[in-house]
Design a binder for this molecule. Structure first.
Ligand SMILES: *[C@@H]1O[C@H](CO)[C@@H](O)[C@H](O)[C@H]1NC(C)=O
Ligand SMILES: *[C@@H]1O[C@H](CO)[C@@H](O)[C@H](O)[C@H]1NC(C)=O
Ligand SMILES: *[C@@H]1O[C@H](CO)[C@@H](O)[C@H](O)[C@H]1NC(C)=O
Ligand SMILES: *[C@@H]1O[C@H](CO)[C@@H](O)[C@H](O)[C@H]1NC(C)=O
Ligand SMILES: *[C@@H]1O[C@H](CO)[C@@H](O)[C@H](O)[C@H]1NC(C)=O
Ligand SMILES: *[C@@H]1O[C@H](CO)[C@@H](O)[C@H](O)[C@H]1NC(C)=O
Ligand SMILES: *[C@@H]1O[C@H](CO)[C@@H](O)[C@H](O)[C@H]1NC(C)=O
Ligand SMILES: *[C@@H]1O[C@H](CO)[C@@H](O)[C@H](O)[C@H]1NC(C)=O
Ligand SMILES: *[C@@H]1O[C@H](CO)[C@@H](O)[C@H](O)[C@H]1NC(C)=O
Length: 677
């Protein structure tokens, strides 16, 4: 709207100019206090119509004012006389508008001016400059202009003053641009500069805070490079890093920089924190050494650099190195399960172990040796393995075995393990295991008070995996009666958790519970078998669901059955029972039935089956033909009467559902697994 009015004003001004022949002076003029004002401030304007213009209108001309297309109603301060009119706008609240003066009678525009309003610039904030050392080097400055829109073209100038060379520069930027790259010719890498920004528009100017910097210390170096990681002879637990600046920055030679190294062991996802600092590292001697690391361990390293307080470079890419190996140190925790072999009169031993908190492998390729003597010789060695378990036999006389970890640099001091005869002692009363979080179980137990009890061993394993490598254990002391066990537990899979009492002279009998981290509906519904029939009742039973398909503890079973008109009847069986009797059946109706099996995490319905009880006579015939055993006679499926079979599973077959059955989804759902037979 404003724009089109402004076009009109220009048109009128041109027209009026042309009206006064031979003279380009316009017919009328508007004088304003200012054509750019702070938003909301008053504006005063006077419209002056020349005497020789608009002849014929007489001396007194009726003048009116418009702001844009809006008529300004006789403002109290405005008056008219002798072709002069004055207007006062108490608060100019447009950012840009045309103020027009017209002849009231004809609405003819005689003069117009554009008035703009806005704000003076805000002080530029957060001026910062960073040197880019990649050829051609630049010094890049950026600043914040502030939140408020000034509504007016605001120009920025960047000023630099060199301290020593006394050379100053001013860079004029296009309106609204708030960053600039100072070319290399205009700054010295090592001379301090004073830098600031000025913002200017028609209403004022503002100068930012000054910053003083040495361009090289405002440089963020490229990612440096670790050229090599090595070890020096005899420097145990140390890695030597040789490094350099990036290729593009290799021309920088004579600086001393600050450097940081961060390390992590291979396989860990945590970098060492804080990083290891090195100050004043000369680019001419680019080697640093990190010590106090684990022996024989593979590390990944990254470095970053900066000059003085400049921003840190990004971390370099990783390079790996291995510290010098030494023999393993520290204890191994062990768990020995002993049973008597009645054929060989020896002891069957299953020995499991794992590193204690203080154990250090100090090498890459760890293996273990179990022997009967402290310093193992071939004759006495029972196992040599890279696994953390071993099974062997011992004569009943052997009292101790020794376990050592071995790497290429040597073997650890042996861990002594007492061999105890199996004991039948009971001590543990109640064991419970419940999910603790997504990855762990809380195991709790109670104990009888027994004087020579010294602690417990908690052992756990997945029940669906028989391999010994899945057995885990934790030794706990006497004061504890609970333990949180964490591992790679999967939901819907059963785990066996045992608590063994430890006595001064051996291990007692365990208490064992099964546990699921999470449960869901079973994967299958069992197959139904007919056990017995009476005149109007039948008994059905079914097998347990295989462990791997249970997905939780079976809570119970329900059988729903109904005929065309009757209500739905339900009979339940608990997890152990697995049989129900369907009662009050008649020989007239066609029955439908389905079974629901539930765990503590969900339920599954089998598909619907159809059956019919035949009168006694008909059944006898069927039985005699098929020779199927007693008790099954009364139940047949009418469609299968033609399928006489010598198969022993005749009745099971006759229970097969009519496929596809028109089963009501709202009742039993479209489950497929429930097929009796
Ligand atoms: C407005 O009117 C008053 C008195 O009527 C006069 O003194 C004054 O000069 C006038 N102002 C203009 C701008 O004509
Ligand atoms: C400007 O001020 C006038 C009168 O004070 C008011 O009517 C109008 O709504 C204002 N316009 C804006 C954009 O604030
Ligand atoms: C330095 O400038 C180069 C191009 O001249 C650019 O590729 C690089 O990203 C810049 N480095 C930094 C840290 O801004
Ligand atoms: C200056 O930087 C600070 C911190 O980053 C920020 O909170 C502030 O809004 C910035 N100032 C302006 C005017 O943008
Ligand atoms: C540079 O600016 C400083 C500070 O405003 C002033 O003292 C100096 O004289 C200027 N030098 C030149 C060469 O203009
Ligand atoms: C008992 O020892 C004999 C002979 O060493 C072995 O074949 C058998 O598997 C052992 N029995 C058990 C249950 O470990
Ligand atoms: C690891 O050690 C075992 C036994 O000490 C050896 O047989 C095997 O070759 C070693 N493997 C590697 C990769 O060094
Ligand atoms: C038993 O274990 C608990 C927890 O690990 C520990 O705080 C306590 O000191 C241990 N007691 C003994 C006698 O080792
Ligand atoms: C199984 O069918 C019964 C009987 O209609 C119904 O009540 C139950 O909600 C169904 N269960 C599932 C898991 O679909």
């Amino acid at each position: 709207m404003m724009k089109s009015t402004w076009m009109l004003v220009i048109a009128v001004l041109v027209l009026n100019g042309a009206r006064t022949e031979g003279d380009s002076e316009p017919c009328a003029k508007i004088h304003t206090s200012s054509s750019v004002v702070p938003l909301g401030s008053p504006v005063t304007a006077t419209c002056n119509i020349r005497e020789d213009c608009l002849v014929g209108l007489g001396q007194a001309v009726d003048i009116e004012w418009r702001l844009g297309s809006e008529l300004i109603l006789s403002s109290p301060a405005a008056n008219e006389s002798n072709r002069v009119s004055r207007v006062v706008l108490s608060s100019f609240n447009y950012t840009r508008a045309a103020l027009i003066c017209c002849i009231r009678a004809s609405s003819q525009v005689v003069a117009g001016v554009e008035i703009r309003a806005g704000y003076p610039p805000e002080t530029p904030q957060n001026l910062s400059c960073q040197t880019n050392l990649t050829y051609p080097d630049t010094l890049n400055c950026i600043w914040d202009t502030g939140q408020q829109d000034t509504h007016l073209p605001t120009k920025y100038t960047l000023h630099t003053e060199m301290r020593d060379s006394r050379e100053n520069h001013t860079y004029e930027l296009p309106p609204e641009i708030n960053h600039y790259s100072i070319p290399r010719t205009d700054f010295g890498l090592f001379s301090d500069m004073n830098i600031y920004v000025k913002a200017k528009n028609d209403l004022g100017e503002a100068t930012s805070a000054h910053i003083v910097l040495e361009p090289v210390s405002a440089a963020k170096f490229d990612q440096p490079i670790i050229a090599k990681i090595g070890v020096q002879p005899k420097r145990l637990g140390c890695l030597k890093l040789t490094w350099s600046l990036s290729k593009q920055q290799s021309w920088i030679r004579y600086l001393a920089v600050n450097l940081e190294v961060r390390l992590k062991t291979a396989g860990s996802d945590q970098w060492s924190d804080p990083p290891i600092p090195f100050s004043q590292v000369k680019l001419s001697k680019p080697v640093v050494e990190c010590c106090r690391l684990f022996h024989g361990t593979q590390y990944l390293a990254q470095i970053r650099v900066r000059y003085k307080q400049s921003p840190w470079s990004e971390w370099s890419s990783s390079k790996s190195g291995v510290t010098l190996e030494t023999a393993p140190t520290g204890r191994l925790d062990s768990w020995m399960k002993v049973s008597r072999n009645h054929t060989s009169k020896k002891l069957n031993i299953q020995l499991f172990w794992k590193p204690s908190k203080l154990f250090r492998a100090n090498g890459q390729n760890l293996s273990y040796v179990v022997s009967q003597q402290k310093s193992y010789g071939e004759r006495w060695r029972m196992c040599s393995t890279s696994e953390t378990r071993c099974s062997f036999q011992l004569s009943g006389r052997v009292r101790k075995v020794y376990l050592s970890a071995v790497n290429s640099a040597g073997k650890s001091p042996p861990t002594e393990i007492r061999v105890y005869q199996p004991k039948a002692h009971m001590a543990i009363m109640d064991v419970t295991a419940v999910p603790h979080d997504e990855r762990s179980f809380l195991v709790q137990w109670t104990t009888e008070v027994i004087s020579d009890l010294i602690g417990y061993v908690v052992e756990w394993k997945p029940l669906l995996k028989t391999d010994l490598s899945h057995i885990h254990f934790q030794t706990v002391n006497k004061s504890q009666s609970s333990l949180i066990i964490t591992g790679s537990f999967e939901p819907y899979k059963p785990y066996g958790i045992s608590v063994y009492p430890r006595f001064k002279d051996g291990i007692g009998s365990p208490q064992t519970v099964n546990a699921y981290l999470r449960q869901k509906a079973p994967s299958v519904v069992p197959k139904i078998q007919i056990k017995k029939t009476w005149e109007s009742d039948i008994e059905i039973s079914w097998d347990e669901i295989p462990l791997e398909q249970r997905n939780g503890f079976i809570k119970g079973y329900k059988v729903f059955y109904w005929d065309e008109n009757g209500p739905i009847k339900v009979v339940s069986a608990d997890a152990e029972d697995r049989r129900v009797i369907l009662t009050d059946l008649n020989t007239v109706s066609l029955y439908e039935a389905c079974m629901m099996v539930s765990t503590f995490g969900g339920s599954l319905n089998g598909s619907t089956i159809y059956f019919k009880i035949k009168p006694f006579d008909a059944v006898t015939v069927v039985v005699s033909v098929t020779g199927v055993g007693v008790g099954l006679a009364m139940l047949i499926i009418f469609t299968v009467l033609i399928c006489f079979s010598k198969d022993k599973n005749y009745v099971n077959m006759t229970l097969r559902s009519l496929c596809p059955p028109p089963f009501p989804e709202d009742i039993c759902g479209p489950a497929q697994n429930f097929v009796a037979g």
